[in-house]
Design a protein. Sequence first.
Length: 200
Amino acid sequence: MTVLVLASQSPARLKTLREAGIEPLVVVSGVDEEQLAGLPPPELAERLAILKAAAVADRDEVPEGALVLGCDSVLELDGEPLGKPGTAAEAASRWRKMRGRSGTLVTGHCLIDTATGEQVSEAAYTIVHFAEVEDAEIDAYVATGEPLHVAGAFTIDGLGGAYVTRVEGDPHNVVGVSLPLVRELTRRLGHQWHGLWVRP
């Protein structure tokens, strides 16, 4: 079995991988996500994913021969990348712009094979359609704190799921990790997806 190292502190990414039969070793990258401001959303997401994976790949706690996965998500709305809002005021402001509209959730993925040093990366795209939520709903949702710490100020696997009417593309990507894309990247590095499973 090949060990997968997740270079992310996201509980949603960890949960998604666990539900897919993988028990990753979590090693938080500590990469400053603000260092690449000004880039287009797809390039921003992919380059941050590469930085996160690279920051972890050489760490002592990473087992020899492990695959290291870095991910970063942004919501593209009107051509602008929306990461984590950080404050309640910003989260509420975003929701007033997003409601009744659609945006593209872009997640950059980078996978590094520590045995060979080989690296592959790609971004996944999912279109997200938002409900026409009322001001009171926005205020109540923001007050929970959930949207403050997630890309685009929403989730589909938590309280925010009721405000997403549909998605076009891989729903796992909206949670923060596209399982079909990670499988493809794993295969490009010469490994089998089922070789990452810890249970049948």
